[in-house]
Write a protein that binds this ligand. Structure first.
Ligand code: ADP
Ligand code: AMP
Length: 216
C-alpha cells in the first residue's frame, strides 16, 4: 500500500497517518517531521530549511526530494509507505513519480482531506505538538491524558512556531498556490481519493479505511 496524504496545513494528515501506520503496518514519511529533526540537530540542511519554515514558505524542492528519495529506499518501505506532507509542488510530484518508477513501484492512492479554512485555523491554533516524539494533540478535539504533557512519552507539549497566526496565513496561501494543483495532478493519474475531513477524527479514520477497502 503506497499512499500519499494531501491537504492544507491542519487538515489532519499527521493525525490520520498515525492511524494508517497502526492499521496497515507501514511507515509514515513526514517531510515536516524530518525537517524539524534536522533543524533541532543543527545539520547544514536544517540550518538552510529553518528560515523557510519559520516564514511559512516551502523548503527548496531539491532538499525535500533528496530526503524522500533516500527514505523510500530503506527496507521498511518495501511493503508500503504513507507520504505525509510530500509532495507539495508539481516538480516534487514529478520527482516522486520518477523515483518510484526506478524502484518499480507506484502510488495506490492519494488521499485528499478537504477542510474549510475556518476549521483549519481553529485546528492549528489549538494544535499542541510533542517536541520529543512528534505526536500531535488538540486542546479541544484530541487532548492529551494530562494537560500539557505528551501521553506517549511524557514530554512537555509546545505550540509550533509556525502555528502562530501570522505564519498560518502565509502557509494557507502557499498551499493554495503551490500544493492545490496536485489534486488535479493525481486525479489525472486516476489515484485521487477525496475524503471529507470536516468530520470527527474517528469518522475520518473510518472513511479513509472504507475508501481504501473499496479500491482494492
Ligand atoms: P496536518 O498534519 O494536516 O497539518 P494534523 O494532523 O496535525 O494536521 O491536525 C491539525 C490539528 O487538528 C491537530 O491538533 C489535530 O489534533 C486536530 N485534528 C486532526 N483531525 C481532526 C478532526 N477530524 N477534527 C478535529 N480536529 C482534528
Ligand atoms: P508540516 O509539518 O508538513 O506542516 O511542514 C512544516 C514546514 O516544513 C512547511 O511549512 C515547510 O516549510 C516545510 N516542508 C514540509 N514538507 C515540505 C515539502 N514537501 N516541501 C517543501 N517544504 C516542506
Amino acid at each position: 500500500m503506497n499512499l500519499i496524504l494531501l491537504g492544507p496545513p491542519g487538515a489532519g494528515k499527521g493525525t490520520q497517518a498515525q492511524y494508517l501506520v497502526e492499521d496497515y503496518a507501514i511507515p509514515q514519511i513526514s517531510t515536516g517531521d524530518m525537517l524539524r529533526a534536522a533543524v533541532k540537530e543543527g545539520t547544514p540542511m536544517g540550518l538552510k530549511a529553518k528560515e523557510c519554515m519559520d516564514s511559512g514558505a516551502l523548503v527548496p524542492d531539491d532538499v525535500v526530494v533528496g530526503i524522500v528519495r533516500e527514505r523510500l529506499q530503506q527496507g521498511d518501505c518495501a511493503k508500503g509507505f504513507i507520504l505525509d506532507g510530500f509532495p507539495r509542488t508539481v516538480p516534487q510530484a514529478d520527482a516522486l513519480s520518477e523515483t518510484l518508477q526506478q524502484l518499480d513501484k507506484g502510488i495506490d492512492a492519494a488521499i485528499a482531506l478537504t477542510v474549510d479554512t475556518e476549521a483549519l485555523v481553529d485546528r492549528l491554533a489549538g494544535r499542541r505538538t510533542c517536541p520529543v516524539c512528534g505526536a500531535t494533540y488538540h486542546l479541544k478535539y484530541d487532548p492529551p491524558r494530562e494537560e500539557g504533557i505528551c501521553t506517549k512519552c511524557g514530554a512537555k507539549l509546545v505550540l509550533r512556531d509556525d502555528d502562530k497566526e501570522e505564519t498560518v496565513r502565509n502557509r494557507m496561501q502557499v498551499y493554495a498556490q503551490q500544493t492545490q494543483p496536485l489534486l488535479d495532478y493525481y486525479a489525472q493519474a486516476g489515484v485521487l481519493v477525496e475524503v471529507d475531513g470536516m468530520r470527527s477524527i474517528d469518522e475520518v479514520r473510518t472513511a479513509i479505511k472504507e475508501a481504501l477497502e473499496s479500491q482494492s
